[in-house]
Design a protein around this ligand. Structure first.
Ligand code: AMP
Ligand code: GLY
Length: 426
């Protein structure tokens, strides 16, 4: 079958790499893709939210399945757009409906969903300009630290962890009275700070059944030792030593199963990946957030560990047959290291030539690309996160060391990466 993958990051390169290995995938198209995905299929110059052009491309190229990588098209309703159009409604779209994507698109929607379906999460209050004074009182009487979240998508910047009440009140005012996050911050979730170790758990669901995918941890801070500004993710590892069978069993029973039952009960149409951002508080899982897609760079360690045919898994999702799929996982450890443009997550240059990509990677390593593009046949930088090297090893330290070594063989001006991914497990 012909497949269209929507997105342009390292996540999409990992998906494209995996999809193109399937004998069920005849032609793979990626919109818009990057220089890495161009080696797995055909890139189409269509942006991820241009639904009209995406649908037209599907008709032209006889596409039968669409896999949506990033959240933006999902939250904006790409699923519904395809299902409403008589010429595209037969196409399998892997991703939730617009309403179900609110699990990521609206933190207030997600919190109410969790509360309604008994999914453990931080206690919270929800405020707008209309109950502003109530919010001020809520914050004043709340223990510290306290967490403020802009309701809508805010490019990963909408979460503030405040250590004192004055800071929390001032941020609350900036969001609700001075539009700090624009529309996304017109509603604010104020919640309890959760203690523990953070991890990400992923499932693929057909709305009724699910398969549990390998868990992962990502490294969000730009600096060594988890310091500095937040980024999209500087690295990832999988599996996690602390996510043992007993903990994962609790995650299934307390988090995943009530979530999937909740989707069904609320009649939320969901065929796709769910990303559970969890806190492990002394063995008890609590949900920090839902994402309606896979993570980046988590996908770059999760997907290489999955030994099943991904197209077969996605077809089972479409046909509500996921209970027939048994996940086969590579037991070895994968560690991904991300190389970013100098200055990221602030301003950075683009269009810089990338070298070293022609060399054959070491056995057990894969070089994925994220912010790159082809310019006159040459790979140049085209974003903050540029390259991702994933390596397998017998331990997190061994896998990360090989990714670091591989990263040294690659170069672009101003390139920076963390060399301590997985440091806390050494
Ligand atoms: P989010 O944008 O929801 O992914 O939040 C960004 C990060 O803020 C999360 O990955 C956590 O590290 C942190 N965070 C969010 N909510 C909480 C919470 N209630 N308690 C502790 N940390 C949190
Ligand atoms: N790495 C975090 C995310 O994809 O949201």
């Amino acid at each position: 079958m012909n497949i269209l993958l929507i997105g342009a990051g390292g996540r999409e390169h990992a998906f494209a790499w995996k999809l193109s290995q399937s004998s069920l995938c005849e032609n793979l198209f990626i919109a818009p893709g990057n220089a890495g995905t161009a080696s797995c299929g055909t890139n189409l110059p269509v942006t991820v939210t241009d639904f009209e052009k995406l649908a037209a491309a599907c008709i032209t190229h006889n596409i039968e399945m669409v896999l949506v990588g990033p959240e933006e098209p999902l939250v904006k309703g790409v699923y519904d757009y395809f299902k409403r159009n008589p010429q595209t409604k037969h196409i399998s779209v892997i991703g939730p409906s617009k309403e179900a994507a609110q699990l990521e698109g609206s933190k207030a929607f997600a919190k109410a969903f969790m509360q309604r379906h008994g999914v453990p999460t931080a206690g919270y209050g929800e405020f707008t300009a209309d109950n502003y004074a109530e919010g001020v009182e809520y914050i004043k009487s709340h223990p510290l630290p306290i967490v403020l979240k802009a309701d809508g998508l805010a490019a990963g910047k909408g979460v503030l962890i405040c250590q004192n009440t004055i800071e929390a009140l001032s941020e609350f005012e900036l969001m609700l009275q001075r539009s700090k996050f624009g529309e996304a911050g017109k509603r604010v979730v104020v919640e309890e700070f959760l203690k523990g170790i953070e991890l990400s758990v992923f499932v693929l669901t057909d709305g009724e059944h699910y398969v549990l995918l390998p868990e992962a941890k990502d490294y969000k801070r730009v600096g060594e030792g988890d310091t500095g500004l937040n980024t999209g993710g500087m690295g990832a590892v999988s599996p996690l030593p602390f996510a043992d069978a007993a903990f994962l069993q609790r995650v299934k029973e307390k988090v995943i199963e009530p979530t999937i039952a909740g989707l069904k009960k609320d009649q939320l149409e969901y065929k796709g990946f769910i990303f559970f951002g969890l806190m492990n508080d002394d063995g008890e899982p609590k949900v920090i957030e839902y994402n309606c897609r896979m993570g980046d760079p988590e996908t770059e360690v999760v997907i290489p560990r999955i030994q099943n045919d991904l197209v077969e898994m996605l077809l089972a999702t479409e046909h509500k047959r996921l209970h027939e799929i048994k996940i086969e996982t590579n037991p070895r450890t994968a560690a991904a290291v991300v190389a970013v443009s100098g200055g990221y997550p602030g301003d950075y240059k683009t269009g810089l030539p990338v070298s070293g990509l022609d060399a054959e990677p070491l056995p057990g390593s894969i070089v994925f690309q994220s912010g790159t593009k082809l310019q006159e046949g040459e790979v140049v930088t085209n974003g903050g996160r540029v390259l991702v090297v994933t390596s397998f090893g017998e331990s997190i330290a061994e896998a990360a060391e090989q990714s670091n070594y591989m990263m040294e063989q690659l170069f672009f001006e101003g390139m920076y990466c963390r060399t301590d991914i997985g440091f806390e497990f050494n």
